[in-house]
Design a protein around this ligand. Structure first.
Ligand code: NDP
Length: 281
């Protein structure tokens, strides 16, 4: 039976360290670390995520600046706000909650955040630094949290076969780059992968980020593997992951639950990125 990786407890540990760092920043600079959170439109899931992020800021003595913009906000208006926040010395990190309404191009908007304040780590400069192995960029929150979750098991990443299912810019690709930087041998799978099960069965570390409820079943997992379930899918029973937790926990060595695994660590890493950015100013 797998050991459950408690993302909530790990996130709490990171947040208590962040509180100390944020307090010491305030003592040194006479102001709090600041994070601006922008939400556009009325996506109910985004509202929950933003609320959680603001609550976490409060727990860590980080000042949050919340901007709730109407659904019909134009790209130009959003970019104007970002430019203002780029220049605001009280703001160390800027987060634009995705997804944005369809009429706004996400990449165009994200490119306007100065890379030093890109708390989400989605800017092309920060993504590029990650792929080049340059250590001074901001790493995307979910991938950064996933590495911490794996490390918390005590299982060394070096030399292991890590399989990432999903190749999105916000999870799959950056987590693959981080696993590679940690000396894993990495395979990235996606919707066109042939014989997915054959590949997942060879994974010592299996990271799943596809957005399909309970897609990875026990027969696809190697005995003793570390399984990280990034999926957040809502169905009639509430939230569930991309991994069939009840089946896979009988095969895996370690497994993250949903909720209570990757989600809390994503929020904690957002705050880490914000404090890191402030301390390096
Ligand atoms: P995307 O929709 O951007 O990407 C999904 C990826 O999964 C794509 O690369 C796609 O392949 C691949 N995929 C889809 N179906 C299959 C399949 N049958 N077999 C193999 N690969 C497949 O999703 P995200 O990366 O943004 O998110 C993934 C999940 O993680 C979602 O449930 C999301 O809600 C969750 N998430 C959770 C976070 C957290 O903090 N806990 C943070 C971010 C996301 P292709 O490229 O070929 O289309």
């Amino acid at each position: 039976m797998a050991e459950i990786i408690d993302g909530k407890a790990l996130a709490a540990k990171f947040k208590s360290e962040l509180l100390v760092r944020a307090n010491s920043f305030e003592n040194s600079y006479g102001r709090k670390v600041g994070l601006a959170v922008i939400r556009v439109g009325a996506n109910p899931a985004s509202a929950v995520y933003v609320r959680n992020k603001i609550k976490a800021c409060n727990e860590c003595n980080i000042r949050s600046f919340s901007f709730e913009l109407d659904e019909d906000t134009s790209s130009e208006q959003l970019i104007e706000l970002i430019h203002k926040l780029n220049a605001d010395v009280q703001v160390d990190g800027i987060l634009v909650q995705l997804p944005l309404p369809k009429h706004i191009d996400e990449r165009t908007v994200l490119a306007e955040i100065v890379p030093q304040k890109d708390a989400d780590g989605f800017h092309a400069i920060n993504a590029g630094k990650l792929f080049l192995g340059e250590k001074d960029g901001t790493v995307a929150c979910t991938p950064r949290g996933i590495i911490e979750l794996i490390k918390s098991t005590g299982v060394p990443i070096r030399g292991k076969h890590a399989v990432v299912v999903g190749r999105s810019n916000i999870v799959g690709k950056p987590v693959a780059a981080l696993l590679l930087a940690n000396d894993a041998t990495v395979t990235v799978c996606h919707s066109r992968t042939v014989n997915l099960k054959e590949i997942t069965l060879t994974a010592d570390i299996l990271v799943v980020a596809i957005g399909k409820s309970k897609f990875i079943t026990a027969d696809m997992v190697k005995q003793g593997a570390v399984v990280i379930d990034v999926g957040m899918n809502r169905d009639e029973n509430g939230l569930c992951g991309d991994v069939d937790f009840d089946g896979v926990k009988n095969v895996a060595g370690y497994i993250t639950p949903v909720p209570g695994g990757v989600g809390p660590m994503t929020v904690a890493m957002l705050l880490c990125n914000t404090v890191d950015g402030a301390v390096h100013e």
